[in-house]
Design a protein around this ligand. Structure first.
Ligand code: UN1
Length: 517
């Protein structure tokens, strides 16, 4: 049976990653703290208990913070390119462990093995990016208005960075933050999702090995575990100048308010309600691939998942039929079996939200055109496998305005000009990712213009998900406004300082102020 096979393989995988069945999940870096409360990690793949991870008590947290704060004192003095060398070694270890970590991501979170590998690849890529960046943490120099003065700015490390990450990208999002934070001279305390705690332990083991081999202080990378209360230790802690949080808008609002209440900085990457606009000039074949991968990839649980297709009325039926046909080819099952396209949802709560979306869209007057449903029977024992569904709907439906983290795709029709489609696309609370499928240059440029998409990501002729790490990642409005990963996202992990140096024997004041003594 499939389940048994994956269970046996997973034992090997855990072994390779040094993850045991009972993990002391609070790491001060190299050493692990013991605790008596545990979170169970249940695989959505087969409903099996994979292992347990201990939760972090307030006392343990204090120890972690002490160790991290100590480590920062050393780490910040190490030249940035030398910190880059540590991140390079981390990237090398990830290359060695790519298959094992990809399989654990797949088994603990439920995404396909291919996507698990893709996620680890994102970690490797951000390490490479960070290594180069470690030689480029540059500020500007400006001309001073005063003679014999030099003015420039520099970036300094911030301190302890808190990272709260979500179940859907249980390892990559941490690495986007840590790889940058580390080369910037910060140390990190990470609270992974309580739904994917073993991925956290596996990653911590990999970096702890690198730290040990380099004789570096504990506390450069720490791991804490638990629910929102453990997250609150960090959001309320004024020793943490930056909290980077990825997850729901509901969670982000709480984090933002708590961190802002102490005038800390938060970096938020929250919900999306991503749409693809399909214009009369779209390539239908490309549209279908982009839309179907966007809607069902990771079982609709990416923050970049495609939730709405906004199709011009003149090609509506053609696109609808092509997408519906493609859905008939989808194979749903054990994500570790590479023949399957769609794995399970994370848990039965997610299944309930999926069911609710399908009920609500009908109640609001929508029409289901690809039936959903929860799968049962052989291979589906976890109760988390659902059929990707499609509904014809109206843009203003409450459920269409809402981000349901599941494979439910809404088809919306527009008439007239591309502006009408852009208006529908923008008329939601979220602003993460967006795309247009068109071969018409004017439409594409209007979509990208100041009056175009209001999202952090706007793509032409590709889907909404699968962003590369080289660009800044994040979005506007209820997506939280933060940017992680590439481009100049590193600046949020540092503090900026403006320096003015006088190399004369006079002390002229700026703005021409005279102050003679
Ligand atoms: C997320 O879902 O939180 O663009 C991150 C993508 C991936 C990252 C998604 N590179 O789909």
């Amino acid at each position: 049976m499939e389940t048994a096979v994956s269970t046996i393989q997973i034992a090997e995988v855990l072994n390779q990653l040094g993850v045991s069945q009972e993990n002391q999940g609070t790491s001060t870096g190299i050493n692990w703290l013991s605790s008596s409360n545990y979170i169970d990690s249940i695989s959505p793949v087969d409903g099996q208990l994979i292992g347990k991870v201990s939760t972090t008590s307030k006392e343990d947290y204090e120890l972690v913070m002490k160790t991290a704060t100590e480590a920062f004192k050393t780490w910040r003095l190490m030249p940035a390119p030398q910190r880059g060398e540590i991140v390079r070694q981390f990237g090398e270890k990830l290359r060695e462990k790519k298959e094992a970590l990809g399989a654990l991501v797949s088994y603990e979170m439920g995404k396909s093995y291919q996507e698990g590998l893709g996620e680890v690849q994102e970690m490797i890529d951000i390490c490479d990016f960070a290594v180069g960046l470690s030689r480029q943490l540059h500020g500007f120099t400006m001309h001073s208005e005063r003679p014999g003065h030099r003015m420039y700015e520099q970036y300094h490390p911030l301190g302890v960075v808190g990272i709260i990450s979500a179940f859907n990208f249980p390892v990559a999002v941490w690495s986007w933050n840590t790889a940058l934070a580390w080369i910037c001279g910060d140390v990190c305390v990470w609270k992974p999702s309580e739904k994917t705690p073993l991925c956290g332990v596996a990653c911590q083991n990999i970096i702890a090995e690198v730290l040990k081999e380099n004789n570096l202080p504990e506390g450069i990378s720490c791991l804490i575990n638990g629910d929102y209360q453990v997250g609150e230790y960090m959001t309320k802690d004024s020793r943490i100048p930056l909290v980077s949080a990825t997850g729901s808008t509901r969670m982000g609002k709480i984090v933002a308010q708590e961190v802002a209440g102490r005038l800390g900085r938060s970096l938020l990457e929250l919900g999306g309600n991503n749409a693809i606009i399909v214009t009369p000039d779209a390539d239908i074949k490309m549209t279908v691939i982009g839309a179907v991968f966007g809607a069902v990839g990771t079982c609709g649980q990416r923050c970049t998942s495609t939730r709405r297709l906004i199709i011009h009325e003149s090609i509506y039926d053609q696109v609808k039929n092509a997408v519906v046909d493609a859905y008939q080819q989808l194979r749903i099952g054990n994500p570790l079996d590479e023949a399957n396209h769609v794995g399970p949802l994370i848990d039965t709560d997610a299944v309930a939200m999926y069911n609710n979306a399908l009920t609500q869209v009908v109640e609001e007057g929508g029409q289901i055109i690809v039936e959903g449903g929860v799968l049962s029977g052989d291979g589906y024992e976890s109760g988390c496998y659902v059929k990707p569904a499609i509904a014809e709907a109206k843009p203003e439906f409450k459920i269409v305005q809402h981000e349901t983290f599941a494979p439910v795709l809404y088809l919306l029709k527009y008439a007239g000009d591309v502006e009408n489609a852009i208006e529908i696309q923008n008329n939601v609370a979220q602003g993460l990712s967006s795309a247009i499928m068109t071969n018409n240059l004017r439409e594409a440029e209007r979509f990208l213009s100041h009056a175009g998409s209001d999202c952090g990501i706007a793509n032409v002729n590709i889907g909404t998900s699968g962003a590369e790490i080289g660009g800044a990642f994040g979005g506007e409005k209820e997506t939280g406004g933060g940017r992680e990963s590439g481009s100049d996202a590193w600046k949020v992990y540092m503090r900026r300082q403006t320096n003015t140096i006088n190399y004369t024997t006079e002390l002229p004041l700026a703005q021409g102020i005279k102050f003679d003594l």
